[in-house]
Ligand binder design. Sequence first.
Ligand code: GCO
Ligand code: MG
Length: 409
Amino acid sequence: MKIVAADIIVSSPDRNFVTLKITTDEGITGLGDATLNGRELSVASYLRDHVAPLLMGRDAHRIEDTWQFLYRSAYWRRGPVTMAAIAAVDVALWDIKAKAAGMPLYQLLGGASRTGIMAYGHASGRDIPELFDSIRRHLDEGFRSIRVQTSVPGINAVYGVAAQPSSTGQRYDYEPAQRTPLPVEEDWDTRAYLRHLPQVFEAVRSEFGPELPLLHDGHHRMTPIQAAKLGKALEPYDLFWLEDCTPAENQEALRLVRQHTTTPLAIGEVFNTVWDYQTLIREQLIDYVRSAVTHTGGITAMRKLLDFAAQYQIKSGIHGPTDISPVGMAAALHLDLAIHNFGIQEYMKHTPLANEVFRQSFTFTDGYLHPGDQPGLGVELDEEAAARFPYEPAYLPFNRLKDGTVHDW
Ligand code: GCO
Ligand code: MG
């Protein structure tokens, strides 16, 4: 089965998505998600200008060989753009292989290891009453695990807080990338955050009881010693995980955090290869791998990464915000269902407009996701609908401290 076309579809139903569609001489098509939030066109160009011509005439079944060829023949290795492009090709080829086999993709990955995929939702509020309302809304929607983010007194706009007016006056909602010609500037104060957050978790635990799994995302803003302090302060509230407590580019830094706290740690949404995790996994410095299938080389590379993690009892926590398209979400769900060391799956619902462009067959019932049993990934792209929403420039925000220093966002 030969590849005869590789089309790149950029569409913006409420937010930008880049989708790769590979077509074979047998008429089977496969989809891959190549979305890299705020840098979408760079991956589209990498695919269109450098990868698509290399795919023509290749055997669509040779997934491992195509992965190695794209990774090694570029000479320039790794990086978010390259690895997102390779991931899109990889996922599209798995979609094709599974459609050709007449099976849902998870069957080719070894079959289901569980009946459903536990998902966590994003609750947030500007203050405690608003946060409680948001948690209750998520519980009503069926979520059984909740990420908790709040505003911090003294900081104008904090990552991950819905309904918080951003610096442009727009509702922040769940989409941090804003359709502005320049990135929006936000502010940050780590000491204010560290003072405030334990009180928030104290309030949430006393309102919702000890059982509800609670998560929190530090979004790379702390130094190792600050992260250690926060992990320790949150221990009484029994978090499921503390995410991205430091930027973690320096993997060794996590030794320090680990020495001080038993709060479980999740890291890796900005990583793109197994090498970014080598020390973190081998020294058991984290508990959950946060990579996106779409940013870490696709199903082929993620499977290897998660198998490596499994040797150390480290579990998956695959990245699933709205900037992962329904195609990327479906890829994550098939992997989640098949692997043994599944931990939890992030799930932010896409908007109705996005669901019009991407027809999905995955389900969410009583807190559990399932990829469905359609052959392949189970997602179809409505290209006519996609064409109605052309690309709009959008940027993620960035942070400055009070003295004007640029900080991690
Ligand atoms: C998460 C992430 C996202 C990122 C986003 C950037 O845990 O879901 O932190 O919300 O900020 O993916 O594009
Ligand atoms: Mg995160």
